[in-house]
Ligand binder design. Structure first.
Ligand code: ASP
Length: 348
């Protein structure tokens, strides 16, 4: 079905039950109001698949654990779960190699990141080791891999998952790099909110971004990703770039992103959001301002890509905003211990 035809189908024609539950989680059809504020520890992750990250992070936060440990646990769980579209089972670059990017940040300014890392199962933990064991903040490629091996990480086979093999073989038929609009993998979301799914027939988001506030009022965040599918070899997106894919400041709040990383890097997306929050904007207003800057640059091109931001303030206010409909995020805390999924408002 082509996109125009799909868009002509009234939303009411989509069976309501398909939009009501995801992964057994309660799903809100409407975003949180910008005034939404939660009490106590909380973890917020990009996408419906954020449930996987949050489920691993929440038990630590609930037991008064540190935000940084919680987000790392969330990243590790996502990296092992094929449906999260990150980690070694994710889609490769155009040469058929999975190359991974990840970062972690503490609210006090400690940072660590890896980019263009191959054959290592847990890039988020390598990023944490960069933060804790080196005088640097970002290691890349072969050097990052050597550092990982020297620190006890195992070299994996580098073989593509069966899914990834198929997708890559399919992609090779035309070999065209044309990032689609990020959509969720679950068909119930896809049907209602991401009509572009029917254009390219596949989900195409590849990033898990997680931010958390712990019981001591400390913030932390992590991002882990395989980056854009079928990217050029060596390409690095926003995810491991502090200030682009992730920014955290205990004085203000934290933000993370998913979507076309080049556009996020251009405006230092998450740093912009945290600075907007510092100036008094709510998380949603701050995310909206970042999206406005992205769209303003090229409003026509912006129709063709997705960028979604989600932010958490140090006082537990949560908000999000995206370029396109279909960007979801998951909140887990005492009120929503199994995670609750929200859809962000969007520019288009
Ligand atoms: N932001 C990621 C990147 O550009 C991709 C994604 O979110 O799907 O590498």
């Amino acid at each position: 079905m082509d996109r125009r035809k799909f868009l002509q189908i009234p939303i009411a024609a989509v069976p309501a039950f398909l939009a009501s539950r995801v992964f057994g989680q309660e799903r809100s059809k409407f975003p949180l109001s910008s005034a939404m504020r939660v009490r106590g520890p909380v973890v917020v992750s990009t996408w419906d698949s954020g449930v996987t990250a949050n489920n691993a992070a929440w038990p630590l936060l609930r037991k008064r654990g540190n935000a940084i440990d919680a987000v790392e646990a969330g990243g590790r769980a996502s990296e092992l779960e094929p449906s999260c579209c990150v980690g070694l089972d994710a889609w490769p670059d155009r040469d058929g190699k999975v190359t991974l990017d990840a970062c972690v940040m503490n609210g006090n300014g400690d940072i660590g990141a890896v980019s263009f890392l191959e054959r290592i199962k847990h890039p988020v933990s390598v990023a944490r080791a960069v933060m804790e064991k080196t005088p640097h903040v970002l290691l890349s490629g072969e050097g990052a891999q050597e550092f990982a091996l020297a620190n006890g990480f195992k070299l994996e086979s580098g073989e593509l998952s069966e899914d990834a093999k198929k997708e890559w073989a399919e992609w090779l038929k035309n070999s065209q790099y044309k990032p689609g609009i990020n959509v969720e993998r679950r068909p119930n979301i896809i049907l209602q909110f991401a009509p572009n799914y029917f254009e390219n027939g596949k989900p195409n988001h590849d990033t898990m971004g997680t931010v958390a506030l712990d019981s001591k009022g400390m913030l932390a965040g992590m991002v882990t990703t395989s980056g854009m599918a079928f990217k050029m070899r060596g390409r690095v997106g926003d995810s491991p770039i502090i200030g682009a894919g992730l920014f955290v400041d205990n004085e203000v709040g934290a933000a993370t992103s998913s979507g076309l990383g080049e556009e996020v890097i251009r405006i230092c997306g998450t740093h912009t959001i945290v600075e907007q929050m510092r100036l008094g904007r709510t998380p949603e207003q701050a995310c909206r301002e970042a999206v406005r800057r992205i769209v303003k640059r090229d409003p026509v091109k912006a129709k063709e890509f997705q960028v979604g931001f989600v932010a958490l303030s140090r006082t537990g206010a949560i908000g999000a905003f995206a370029v396109q409909p279909g960007f979801t995020y998951t909140i887990t805390n005492e009120q929503f211990p199994k995670g609750k999924i929200f859809e962000a408002k969007s520019h288009f």
